[in-house]
Design a binder for this molecule. Structure first.
Ligand SMILES: [Zn+2]
Length: 207
């Protein structure tokens, strides 16, 4: 999930080849999990899985963009951050809308698929956390990628708990509540990123 993470790494300025390679591995993990979770989310009828899938998509794009703008001038990185912030806001609004829509229907998500894929996502994020572990004391931006994967792992635990709740209650509510929380976090993070990007844009413009 995205509590002040997933995109606040616009100031990343190069670091080592080893870090770039690690970032590429983490991008591959996130991209694979996006495809896995979007299919599973639709199959299971789970809003929480779909929200988590979008988080993986956002992280894949965010880390890819970070990799692409390494070493570029601040104004370019600030604009990239603004794009990230706006797409995160769109994602948050979509999850909110789609969750509300599903709250009106009576279908119950498939708890077994939710739990199994939620667990797979947890393993994927823990693998990213381990890959990034030695960079966690790096600069603010390097650290933010690590923090992001760690926070996402906490989000995966919420999805697994939602799956247990759906299984126990045979209702969609635990799924919808977790999806709503994830949408709120998307919107909150997008505000932080947009605010930071605007500050950096002002900073980059000559007085
Ligand atoms: Zn994330």
């Amino acid at each position: 999930m995205v509590a002040g993470c997933c995109g606040n790494d616009t100031k990343f300025d190069g670091a080592s080849l080893a870090f770039k390679r690690t970032l590429i591995a983490v991008i591959a993990i996130n991209g694979t999990m996006f495809i896995t979770e979007i299919i599973a989310g639709i199959a299971a009828g789970s809003q929480a899985l779909l929200a988590d899938a979008l988080d993986f998509l956002g992280d894949t794009a965010t880390y890819g963009l970070s990799l692409a703008v390494i070493g570029m001038p601040l104004i370019v990185r600030a604009r990239a951050a603004l794009i990230k912030g706006i797409s995160l806001a769109v994602m948050g609004l979509w999850v909110f809308g789609s969750t509300l829509y599903h709250a009106l229907s009576t279908s119950t998500p498939q708890a077994e698929i939710m739990g199994a894929v939620g667990f797979l996502a947890l393993v994927a994020n823990l693998a990213s956390v381990l890959l990034l572990l030695k960079y966690r004391d790096g600069d603010a931006n390097v650290r933010s990628v690590w923090l992001c994967s760690r926070n996402d792992a906490i989000g995966n635990v919420a999805v697994i708990l939602a799956a247990s709740g759906v299984w126990a209650s045979q209702t969609a509510w635990p799924d919808l509540v977790v999806a709503g929380l994830m949408a709120s976090l998307f919107l909150w993070s997008s505000l932080q990123i947009i605010r930071q990007a605007r500050a950096e844009t002002l900073q980059a413009q000559p007085a």
